[in-house]
Design a protein. Structure first.
Ligand SMILES: [Zn+2]
Length: 484
């Protein structure tokens, strides 16, 4: 059965069956964390027969994986650790040993269960957490990679340049293994920190890729610089973005510049993925300004959408927090993992209007459920500020080259009120005063507040400020308040 052409009832049946088998054969006997959790909550995994029964399992949160003084190696509890004596009693394994010998069985156990690879969370706000992969998971990583390229509409004759930062982070490796499994020429530059902006431009000049892949701000930066230097990249037909949000504004800016560089028909696909799932999902190609949503792999994992306050599961197409459960993973495994990502359109099973695939899709803007901060603008009460909305306003403004929002205490005094300072590098030839006015008006109408000050910088200075070439993630929101 092809992964992207199953009917909804076929998908449901497959998910129910895989979930049952996964919980009873792998999780309950071999996950130290969940074995204990099931015992504590008196959960009999055999009672979880369908995807909708998942709601009887407690959620797993990011904090559950963090080291504590009592358990400095907490993340190890989540690694599937088989009991060989249990495995050896299974009829399938006995048959395998008879047919192929004990050594072959031992080798297969190793391939299935021994961690051989790691990626880690980027941990801007907390300690990075490592997620282990076994050879079994590397196969899944390759499968999800191949499907990503299929979703994006790639062909083996195409070439790609992967500009994700070289690091033990999912994005770089997902793309690398995608190229290998799909079988297309895909060169990984390691991003700005490894080869610099000019190095990346030089590689694109040489390889002439149809697809450019990376973090939106860095891809935009490379295109902008190449455009400035008069390079022509007429062969480019696809931009594949990930690692952070890809608002329509920044997509539009990139497509416009590439158009002037000779690439007349560029389609942009954003991807969504996270360390804990050890895979990513993509949009299929759409006309500019539209989004197909992220195409999921129903045979590999389950997404639930929940009310972040009550934890109740929401219906199809309803907004809420994304919760993920894998169906066939080894290494580090988290069940009902709360991503902290809030999606406006929920998950839909309607066939994709662009590519016709029948798999579920995550639709609408994805934002951090926790991306709201309380700021102290007056002495008496705090104001809730949604930083996702600020991101959208600034990324959508074509006249802005780069930006950063800084939160400070007035006079650097911890007892004083908070101030918002917007740092801007305008695009070439833009009237600074008009731009400042326009931004203030947008802030006022969209979020009913305005920055205390707007400071204008050169593009070079702004790139320094947001550390585009040196940091793994650019610093858009800089909280410069003294730590308590
Ligand atoms: Zn589609």
């Amino acid at each position: 059965m092809k992964w992207d052409q199953m009917t909804v009832s076929e998908q449901r049946r497959l998910q129910d069956e895989k979930l049952r088998r996964y919980l009873t054969d792998v999780i309950a006997p071999f996950s130290p964390y969940y074995k204990q959790l099931f015992a504590e909550h008196k959960i009999d995994p055999r009672q979880i027969k369908t995807v909708s029964d998942l709601r009887h399992l407690p959620f797993t949160r990011k904090a559950d994986l963090l080291a504590t003084p009592e358990q400095p190696q907490k993340f190890r509890e989540f690694i599937i650790t088989p009991d060989v004596s249990v495995l050896k009693r299974r009829p399938r394994v006995i048959a395998e040993a008879l047919l192929r010998g004990q050594a072959a069985v031992k080798r297969r156990f190793e391939r299935e269960f021994r961690p051989i690879f790691l990626t880690a969370t980027t941990g801007r706000s907390s300690m990075p957490t490592a997620f282990a992969y076994t050879d079994y998971d590397m196969r899944n990583l390759r499968t999800s990679g191949e499907r990503l390229i299929q979703t994006i509409g790639g062909e083996t004759s195409m070439r790609g340049v992967n500009m994700f930062p070289y690091a033990p982070h999912l994005a770089f490796w997902q793309v690398m293994f995608a190229g290998i499994e799909f079988g297309m020429l895909l060169l990984s530059t390691g991003g700005g920190k490894v080869m610099g902006t000019d190095g990346n431009i030089g590689i694109i000049d040489k390889i002439k890729p149809e697809a450019i892949i990376g973090i939106p701000t860095f891809v935009y930066h490379v295109i902008r610089k190449a455009h400035e230097q008069g390079h022509k990249w007429p062969q480019v037909i696809g931009l594949v973005l990930g690692g952070e949000k890809s608002p329509q504004g920044i997509r539009h800016k990139m497509v416009r510049l590439l158009h002037e560089m000779g690439a007349k028909n560029v389609r942009v696909s954003a991807t969504y993925g996270f360390t804990e799932a050890r895979m990513a999902w993509a949009e299929c190609p759409t006309p500019p300004g539209q989004s197909s949503g992220y195409h999921l792999f129903p045979d590999m994992g389950i997404f639930e959408v929940i009310d972040p306050q009550t934890g109740e599961v929401r219906g199809e197409g309803e907004p809420g927090e994304l919760v993920y459960t894998p169906l066939d993973a080894r290494g580090t495994v988290v069940l009902r993992y709360r991503t902290g990502d809030y999606v406006e359109g929920g998950v839909t099973w309607a066939p994709c209007p662009y590519c016709g695939r029948t798999i579920p899709r995550i639709v609408g803007e994805i934002g951090r459920a926790s991306n709201t901060k309380e700021l102290q603008f007056g002495k008496l009460k705090g104001t809730l500020v949604n930083f996702d909305e600020i991101h959208t306003i600034l990324d959508d403004t074509i006249e802005i080259g780069e930006w950063q929002l800084e939160i400070r205490k007035a006079h650097d005094d911890p007892n004083e009120v908070d101030e918002l300072i917007l740092h801007l590098a305008p695009a070439q030839g833009v009237d600074v005063e008009q731009l400042t006015e326009k931004i203030r008006a947008r802030f006022q109408s969209d979020i009913e507040m305005t920055p205390n000050r707007v400071e204008i910088h050169s593009l070079e200075d702004m790139l320094q400020r947001i550390r585009l070439e040196s940091a793994l993630k650019e610093v858009r929101i800089l909280d410069a308040r003294p730590k308590e």
